[in-house]
Design a binder for this molecule. Structure first.
Ligand code: PGA
Length: 237
């Protein structure tokens, strides 16, 4: 059984969401976390699945126009939040310090951060993947107690694989995730949940499922296509 996190980004308009909800039916699953746009979170209330947000404010509930605090999200039943997604780091200039602050806000409100880490194509070509991942983990986990570090779900998302239809080979994923697991055990004595993300779809899911080393997937585009998403969920049961 794998944990599935659907990151719907800013893809669906209100009518698309009506269709999505109609198509998805009642999932009743405790291994699916759906992260819709904030405006649709409420629509998943009766769905009996886990709810996540795509980001969270650095700030507490209060005078921060346009932001949504961890406490607000938690109060409507959101238990997870993606943090440090590369699209936010690249397009919205979020820094690793922002990611760390968000992780702390979430943990303080008993929510689970899903921390995205991953290398660019250039970094991969230069053989820097593992250095980049460790740097990101260290930045995100600075000052966190070991007990809190272990609560964070880590999503290994090679940036070059996001939305491109290209994925690493199973051997490549295995090599990176094994390295991450060894690193986390040695440095923090923890065993985090680790997901793979980046162009997961109905065509490659069987191959990816051969990998025992990963605990699940962070799925972007395919989580907005209802039939494809359902098929992936079924294959991961
Ligand atoms: P993708 O996105 O599945 O569309 O590649 C994954 C992600 O950005 O989390």
């Amino acid at each position: 059984m794998k944990l599935i996190v659907g990151n719907q980004k800013s893809y669906l308009n209100s009518r698309d969401m009506d269709e999505f909800l109609l198509g998805i039916g009642a999932l009743h699953s405790n291994t699916v976390v759906i992260c819709p746009s904030f405006i649709y979170l409420d629509r998943f209330k009766d769905q009996n699945i886990l709810l996540g947000s795509q980001t969270v404010s650095n700030y507490e509930t209060g005078a921060t126009t346009g932001e949504l605090s961890a406490e607000q999200l938690k109060s409507i039943g959101v238990d997870f939040s993606i943090v440090g997604h590369s699209e936010r780091r690249q397009k919205l200039n979020e820094s690793i310090n922002d990611t760390r602050i968000k992780i702390k806000q979430l943990l303080k409100n008993k929510m689970i951060p899903i921390l995205c880490i991953g290398e660019t194509e250039e970094e991969k070509d230069k053989g820097l993947t593992k250095n980049v991942l460790v740097e990101e983990l260290e930045g995100a986990f600075k000052d966190l107690s070991l007990e809190l570090v272990e609560k964070v779900i880590i999503a290994y998302e090679p940036i070059w694989a996001i939305g491109t239809g290209v994925t690493p080979t199973n051997d490549e994923i295995n090599d990176v995730v094994k390295y991450l697991r060894d690193y986390l055990t040695t440095k923090y004595k923890v065993a985090n949940i680790i997901l793979y993300g980046g162009s997961v779809n109905e065509k490659n899911i069987d191959e990816l499922n051969k990998l025992n080393i990963i605990d699940g997937y962070l799925i972007g585009g395919a989580s907005t296509k209802v039939d494809e998403f359902k098929e992936i969920i079924n294959k991961c049961k």
